[in-house]
Design a binder for this molecule. Structure first.
Ligand code: FAD
Ligand code: SIN
Length: 531
């Protein structure tokens, strides 16, 4: 099958849907998404969206909080753009039907999370992401200019490489002509030609054994762009959320929102002693990198595989009102959080790095934009401030659309693109080769490339991953395509990028902590992988 669309959007989370809804005013949009339309990280967001809404908050305060969290690596210009456009983007979400909680006086009820100096997190109870995802999917589904192809997996973006022209990382004007898409109904790969492509494939959490991210988060967009020789940067900055529910049989891990600490919950050890003040004067509400590392250290000292979050001092009515989902979840495994402490453990949560984009969301590949968690705008630097990621997706999907509708007038479809080549492939009957390798990737990354790293651990991870890389590439070349092997390849590519970027950063900064280099060096060091 061959198809032509003005805008091809890969991914149906907040980033893809916002872009699609806006672009639909200027042409035909096709959203390709590899699972059900609402199976996204967006759906699981709990805490909310950070934005400046009322006095005494100001854009300047939010900008400074973001800069401090980013540990000198955030791009101030991008931070200013994002924060100054926050109020407008929130009001647009409200126009699309998203309901945020309000106070009795009718103003938005704002929560506080780690690293924020003011109450500024808009939320819908503790299911903010679900509210946003449902409203945006509904709007896209009834839009006559948007087609949603769910359960379709993007395999590769199409560039000159597919026309037989060699490209490398120094080739100027690598151009995206669309993408090859796997259709599960006939197990064929179709060719979608587009004038503009938006990469909105979300995060990478699944490369770790313990993550809050849903199974779709295998870093596909980042891997596809990297293979197409686009620039990717900052992959060493993987954010571990300090408080996922300790429930070893559950995968992905259930999140206990930081907003709960904002409401007064306190981290404690098994004996009920508060420990965060040993590490940071902001206590349980210090930025995530500090809290996650402190918990990691406490667990190592005590030998326990979790610590506790004590929410019993939050009035029960506030728990029922603001955190009903968390209350119900914990109760379902026998913990009444109004009376008992919650066992929690850090889990891989968010990728601060990704596809390098400019202030218009444009990648280093022509006609290819990226937004949301798969992108690296420069907002987060070495560590993301809580609840800034939904905001980033809103702002950069909007800006990408502004730019793309200008550019599209000068872009033609590339008719010479060939169909997907299946020569020499056979059915892979040994799925165990793929499932086992996937578990190995997750074990390697969690064991050696987690919260605390060292030269030895990174080298070991690199060597182990290299074996898996070679085995998987071999299998991929001779197998009839299937989604599992595509995802495994992507996970290995992403693991490789995280390790290489971590090896290149000879210092500790933000989310990257190395036992061999415990201090900061030059803040202008870049980790864009040129290999
Ligand atoms: P996603 O919402 O993850 O969407 C990615 C889409 O891409 C999916 O539709 C997926 O199927 C599709 N896709 C992926 N690969 C392919 C492929 N190869 N082919 C086709 N489709 C593909 N951030 C906040 O700001 N506030 C919060 O309160 C908050 N809470 C969070 C709680 C949890 C549990 C988690 C996991 C994250 C949270 N985050 C929060 C982070 C935030 O939710 C995500 O960063 C954000 O939702 C990412 O949006 P996205 O559109 O970039 O990606
Ligand atoms: C949370 O609710 O703690 C998650 C917020 C975020 O990841 O930004």
């Amino acid at each position: 099958m061959r198809k032509k669309v003005d805008f091809l959007v890969i991914g149906s989370g907040i980033a893809g849907l916002c872009f699609a809804l806006k672009a639909s005013n200027y042409g035909k949009v096709c959203i390709v998404t590899k699972a059900k339309a609402d199976d996204t990280s967006t759906r699981y967001a709990q805490g909310g969206v950070a934005a400046v809404m009322y006095h005494p908050d100001t854009y300047e305060k939010h900008i400074e909080d973001t800069m401090v969290a980013g540990d000198e690596l955030s791009d101030r210009r991008i931070v200013e753009i994002t924060i100054r456009e926050s109020t407008e983007r929130i009001m647009e979400l409200v126009e699309w039907g998203v309901e945020f909680d309000k106070t009795k006086s009718g103003k938005f009820a704002l929560a506080k999370e780690g690293g924020h100096s003011e109450f500024r997190v808009l939320h819908h109870k503790d299911i903010t992401g679900l509210e946003i995802e449902e409203k945006l999917v509904a709007a896209a589904q009834k839009n006559p200019n948007i087609e949603i192809m769910d359960n379709h997996l993007a395999v590769e973006i199409i560039t000159q490489h597919h026309l037989g022209i060699e490209v490398n990382r120094h080739t100027p004007d690598i151009t995206c002509y669309g993408a090859y898409i796997y259709n599960p109904d006939n197990q064929q790969v179709c060719t979608i030609l587009s004038k503009v492509t938006m990469m909105a494939t979300g995060g990478i959490g699944q490369v770790y054994a313990n993550t809050t991210n849903p199974t779709i988060a295998t870093g596909d967009g980042i891997a596809m762009v990297y293979r197409a020789k686009g620039a990717v940067r900052g992959m060493e900055f993987v954010q571990f959320h300090p408080t996922s529910l300790y429930n070893p049989s559950e995968r992905p891990s259930f999140l206990i929102t930081e907003a709960m600490r904002g409401a007064g919950a306190i981290l404690k050890d098994k004996d009920g002693n508060e420990f965060m003040h040993k590490y940071d004067e902001r206590g349980s509400l210090a930025p995530r990198d500090i809290v996650a590392r402190a918990i990691d250290n406490e667990m190592k000292i005590s030998g326990c595989d979790h610590v506790y979050l004590d929410a019993t001092q939050i009035p029960a009515h506030e728990i029922f009102n603001h955190f009903p989902n968390i209350y119900a979840k914990c109760l379902s495994i026998g913990i009444d959080i109004t009376k008992e402490m919650i066992p929690v453990v850090p889990a891989a949560h968010y990728s601060c790095g990704g596809i390098l984009v400019d202030e218009w969301g444009h990648s280093t590949i022509k006609n290819l934009y990226a937004s949301g968690e798969c992108s690296s705008t420069g907002l987060h630097g070495a560590n993301r401030l809580a609840s800034n990621s939904l905001l980033e997706a809103l702002v950069f999907s909007h800006r990408s659309c502004l730019k793309a509708v200008e550019e599209i007038k000068h872009i033609d479809f590339c008719e010479e693109v060939p169909e997907w080549n299946t020569d020499g492939t056979v059915l892979n009957e040994e799925m165990v080769l793929i499932t086992q390798s996937k578990k190995e990737v997750q074990t390697i990354m969690s064991s050696y490339v987690g919260i605390v790293r060292s030269n030895l651990r990174l080298q070991r991870a690199f060597d182990r991953l290299d074996i898996l890389y070679r085995e998987t590439e071999e299998l991929y070349k001779r197998s009839i395509l299937n989604p599992e092997i595509c995802e495994l390849r992507n996970m290995i590519n992403v693991g490789y990028l995280i390790i290489r970027n971590a090896m290149a950063r000879k210092e500790s900064r933000g989310l990257h902590y190395s036992l061999d280099y415990p201090h900061h060096i030059d803040a202008n060091q870049t980790t864009e992988d040129k290999l």
